[in-house]
Design a protein around this ligand. Structure first.
Ligand code: ADP
Ligand code: MG
Length: 351
């Protein structure tokens, strides 16, 4: 097993005058050269968790290790200050000094630490993020995307083992966002560093991270590769938060699945009889050429062109679902949908 760069055990935090914990008994590990994204809706505890790792907030309970060194444990009265944790940080609002040039912003921490080669190191970091041309410019002369690259160069400059990102692309326009997420993933990997990357954007988390931790009300619901979070979402919240359609109310029978009026017969399945929530990815549905008994009848409601492919919105009873199709279909057409049930996300209701 490779070395653990960051480890959290049972870490909790409740802010004063708050009934609910912001972070609730979280376990997390980040290995060397691994990028882990914390993905969750607003208020799910991402920033609080990141700030505890950074040493900007202390845990009420639990233990945090960075590079095998315990940095926070209330029970052991252990607390290591932020500046002694050997981290690089990139925030949503860039947090650059307005009176310092790009180069000086990157160099500041190096000069503070009395690096002799601070100038060449800062120049090298700016080159790594493609900014050598604007080294002498001030933040107000730079675009938002450029400012965030300066912040990235600054975070890399002192060569920390662990980088922390808190929604670094939220203030950047859509085109630049895609370019920057690629840049971040590339420079972190090229430098062989580890990172914790906070975002509420599923596609950003999936694109950048080796593993994704899905947060909901201060709990990690799933910590797994992007593919696993997508294909085998652990809970209905994970399915919803990773963009699956649903929930659709279905019934599980010993012979198969009942959705609306239709009973889809299945040879063998492991579900107990009862009601359940169904979630579907658009790519797990397709148009059936014929009205086979294992297909679901539906009506075309809307067709939208996505570029190269159409998104078809279809009604099944009172519920709406989407799938992709190479051509558009007449509105109101009766169709049959072939569902890849091996990819359906089914969560039996608790009895
Ligand atoms: P996220 O980054 O996922 O949006 P946060 O960690 O900022 O979530 O917030 C988690 C919860 O803690 C929210 O309910 C939020 O209102 C609360 N919270 C965050 N910061 C503070 C604070 N300084 N004081 C009190 N409550 C806070
Ligand atoms: Mg936040």
């Amino acid at each position: 097993m490779s070395a653990s760069i960051l480890r959290l055990e049972q870490v909790s935090k409740t802010y004063p005058q708050r009934a609910q914990a912001a972070v609730d008994h979280v376990n997390l590990d980040v290995q060397a050269q691994e990028i882990v994204a914390l993905l969750g809706p607003s208020g799910s505890g991402k920033t609080t968790l990141l700030r505890m790792i950074a040493g900007l907030e202390c845990a009420d309970q639990g233990r945090i290790w960075i590079n095998e060194q315990m940095v926070d444990s209330p029970a052991h009265k252990v607390w290591v200050a932020a500046e002694k944790r050997d981290l690089g940080m990139v925030f949503q609002d860039y947090a650059l000094w307005p009176h310092l040039s790009a180069l000086e912003n990157v160099a500041l921490v190096l000069r503070h630490r009395k690096w002799k080669n601070w100038r060449s190191q800062a120049q090298e970091m700016l080159a790594r993020v493609g900014l050598q041309e604007v080294a002498e410019q001030y933040p107000y002369q730079l675009s938002g995307g450029q400012q965030q690259r300066v912040a990235l160069a600054r975070a890399l400059a002192s060569q920390p083992q662990l980088l922390l990102f808190d929604e670094p692309l939220s203030n950047i326009d859509a085109v630049m966002r895609e370019e920057l997420r690629g840049l971040i993933a590339r420079v972190v990997r090229e430098a062989g560093l580890s990172a914790v990357y906070v975002t509420h954007d599923q596609s950003e988390a999936f694109f950048i991270a080796d593993r994704v931790a899905i947060l909901h009300r201060g709990n990690i619901l799933q910590l797994a590769t992007p593919e696993t979070c997508y294909e085998k979402s652990a809970t209905p919240e994970v399915a919803r938060f990773t963009g699956a359609q649903g929930p659709y109310a279905i019934k599980l029978h010993n012979k198969g699945i009942c959705w609306g009026e239709q009973l889809v017969l299945m040879q063998d399945h492991n579900w107990e009889a009862g009601t359940a929530q169904l979630f579907l990815r658009p790519d797990a549905l397709q148009l059936s050429e014929d009205a086979r008994p294992d297909c679901i009848p539906a009506t075309v409601q809307l067709c939208g062109y996505l570029g190269g492919i159409w998104c078809i919105e279809a009604k099944i009873g009172d519920e709406v679902t989407q799938f992709y199709h190479p051509v558009n279909l007449p509105i109101g057409a009766s169709i049959h949908l072939d569902i890849d049930w091996t990819r359906a996300l089914i969560y039996p209701d608790r009895k």
